[in-house]
Structure formats: C-alpha cells, structure tokens
Design a protein around this ligand. Structure first.
Ligand code: ASP
Ligand code: MG
Length: 408
C-alpha cells in the first residue's frame, strides 16, 4: 500500500464525463489499497475564460482580485470530483488551497509555496477518505488567496507529495509522457521511458510545456518520485523522472529538443566596460519584475562592450521602456532588439562525456541557412536564439541530426 498524489490537468477534467472518468481511475487505485490525494486543475479553458472576464472589467486586472477570480476554476473542479467519487461509493473530501493551508508568499499571480499543513489531509486519509485539493492556489499569511502562476497545479501536486512524503507523484495529462520533442512539430518524436531531473528541468525551462518548471525544481529538491502519464489511457508507464542516468549505451547523446517561442532579444551596445554594468542594466529590469532568460556579455574592446539578453515577448515593450532610462544613465551607445525570435535547445546529460555535440548542432542549422543570433550553453544543454520563422525547421532537422527519430 502506497501514498500516491495524483494530479489531473485541465483536459483530464475538461467535462463532467471526464471528471467521472477521473473518479473511476481514482477508485481503481483506492481499491488496490492505496491512499490517494488528488490535485486538480480548472476545467480546460476555464482559467483563460476567467482571465478574459476579469480583463473585460479592468484592462489591467488588480492582482489580488485576479487571484480571487481565477482560483474559482479549481474550486469548481474539486467539488465536482468529490461528488463524482461519492457517487461511486468512495468517501472523499475537497479542500481549497487555503483550507488545507498551502501557505504562500504574497506575490499575487506568481506566489511561491512556503509550507503546507499536512495534518488535516492525514486525518482524512487515516479515515479512509480520498483527499481532493485545488491546484494552483494557496493563501498568504494575511489570508489573501494567491495563485502560483500558469500551470501551477503541477507544483501544487509535487509540493503536496513532498509535504506528505508520498511514495509517488503522478501527473496525469493529455499526453502519455515526456517526448523527445513536441510531436506536433515533429511527428517522429518518441516517448521517453525515463528522463533525469536535470534534463527535465532544462526541458521544462526551455519551453517543453509538459510540466511547470517549478514543479520539477520542487521534485528534485525534495526527492519526489515523479511520473508523467496520460489520463486517457488505461495502461502505460508514462515517463519516470529519475535521479540516475539511463545506463543504456545505445541511448542518443541528446535526449530531447526543447523550444520556446516566447523569447524577445534585446541588445545594449557600446556600454562602458567596467564593474557594475551588468547590474546597472539588469537591476532595473529585475525591479520591474521582468523575467530575463538568456544573458550574454561580449568580451570588452576599446573600453566598451555589448550586452544581450532575452525576455518574454509580452515584456518586450516594457523592457525597452525601462532601458530608455538606463541607457542615458550608463552611457550606452544603442539599445535595440527583436521580438520575432525564438529559442531552440538540445538537452542531454550525455553531452558531458561527448565532444562534437555543439558543432553538429551548428552545422545542422547552417546547412538549412538558419542564422544563429545568440548561443548559450550549460553542461547539459545548448540553446540558440533564431528567427521565429525557422522554429519548426530547426527543431525538425536537429531531431533528425541527433538520431532522435530512431530513438527507442
Ligand atoms: N488552471 C491553471 C492554469 O490554467 C493552473 C493549472 O492548470 O495548472 O494555468
Ligand atoms: Mg498544465
């Protein structure tokens, strides 16, 4: 008998029938003698609908009130699922984030979990109940409803698994696991049986949308056994996120190709090459709460240097505005950029022990006439910024060049 946290995403609970299907699945695990905590998202499309609704009333919604509104999506689902379970003869009880007490900080719309009170859930489990928790939401120390950022239910699921020391956290979604790349872009993409935490972290942060990145960080930090599965298939092992590398020697050096369409590139050129410059450029951007992704600074020449970085496309205009003030202050020659860019990355722990991976990547892109605008690397990934019109092509040719079309 195990304690399992199961998280069901929006499409898995997208209609009354699908909610009944989730209840059936939960009942099956319960019948096997497991203790089950279920975390659910809002029904698919619901969070978007609520955000749009809020914007009809206030163009730039007040973050506290927006959280009050969007958190209702998950609240509906927990009630419906509890009813479906009770109807199937299973004792169940629903909890909002604040009822469990998922305590977060006060950063509305992107709050972070600080602690979880596991006592009420344990009492229910001991009494034989299935516990159902609203994902994506928590409560701050003042009692305000908070939400964890889009896709945050994954993080709720993993955080609950960590707090309860669950044996496994299962993330049920509309795909049956983690793929070598998005199958909508490359139909030959293959499902991975396992992927390491490090790789998954890169894949998630580089744009693979299967898991919210923070949930992967959390799972790695708290040693949560994490599995991605489909709620639309009866059988299947999904993809297990592991701490150890797959010992299979035949395994390709690159495990997956990730991409992110949401990258805008910004260059600050001719800045004085002296201590504090990076801070003076990026400090005000951080203060404006803009998420900076890739950062590159050139080697200085003639006392000046160039500085480039990327931000989400939606923050491009705001970033440019912040830099207007910065430019004069630091004495930069020029600030320009391009919001029609994207990032394509190759990821694999195998890169650590293989040479020539970067050159294969660059040659493959060059052969297609794709210009690389920025490059950044870590031990287990190489990312490039390219014109967004080349995204699909780049992903496809790289998938092939690294043998992932044939991966087993
Ligand atoms: N319902 C929220 C969203 O759509 C959270 C989630 O689904 O994980 O972003
Ligand atoms: Mg999701």
């Amino acid at each position: 008998m195990a304690l399992i946290v199961q998280k069901y995403g929006g499409t898995s609970v997208g209609s009354p029938d699908r909610i009944k299907n989730v209840a059936r699945r939960v009942a099956k695990f319960k019948a096997q003698g497991h203790d089950i905590v279920v975390v659910v998202s809002a029904m698919s499309g619901e969070t978007n609908r609520l955000i749009a609704l809020a914007k009809e009333v206030q163009a730039n919604p007040d973050p506290r009130e927006l959280d009050v509104i969007v958190s209702t999506g998950e609240q509906v689902t927990i009630g419906l699922l509890a009813m479906a379970l009770k109807d199937a003869g299973i004792e169940a009880k629903s909890y909002t984030g604040s009822q469990v007490k998922i305590l977060t900080d006060s950063f509305h719309t992107k709050a972070r979990i600080q602690s979880i009170d596991d006592a009420p859930m344990r009492a229910d489990l001991n009494a034989g109940r299935v516990v159902i928790v609203a994902g994506f939401q928590g409560v701050d120390p003042e009692g305000n409803i908070t939400t964890l950022g889009r896709g945050g239910s994954d993080t709720s699921g993993v955080a609950l698994a960590a707090a309860l020391k669950a044996d496994e956290c299962q993330i049920y979604t509309d795909v049956d696991g983690v793929y070598t790349t998005d199958p909508r872009v490359v139909p030959e993409a293959k499902k991975l049986k396992t992927i390491t935490f490090e790789e998954m972290l890169e894949m998630a942060s580089l744009g693979s949308k299967v898991l919210q990145i923070r949930s992967v960080e959390f799972a790695g930090k708290y040693n949560v056994k994490l599995r991605v599965l489909s709620s639309f298939q009866e059988e299947g092992e999904g993809t297990l996120i592991t701490f150890e590398e797959d010992p299979n020697m035949e395994k390709p050096v690159v495990s997956g190709i990730a991409f992110n369409r949401d990258e805008a590139r910004i260059n600050v050129t001719g800045v004085p090459d002296k201590p504090g410059i990076a801070y003076q450029i990026l400090g005000p951007i951080a203060d404006a709460n803009i998420d900076v992704d890739m950062i590159i600074q050139n080697v200085g020449k003639d006392g000046t240097t160039d500085f480039s970085f990327t931000v989400p496309k939606g923050e491009y205009a705001r970033t440019m505005k912040v830099l207007d003030g910065v430019k004069a202050h630091i004495g930069a020659r020029e600030v320009d950029g391009d919001d029609k860019t994207c990032k394509v990355s190759i990821v694999g722990v195998g890169m650590r022990s293989h040479v020539g991976v970067a050159s294969t990547m660059f040659r493959t892109l060059a052969e297609e006439g794709i210009n690389i605008q920025m490059i950044s690397t870590s031990e287990i990934k190489i990312s490039v910024i390219v014109d967004e019109k080349y995204l699909e092509l780049a992903v496809r040719v790289l998938h092939k060049a690294f043998g992932l079309d044939q991966a087993k």
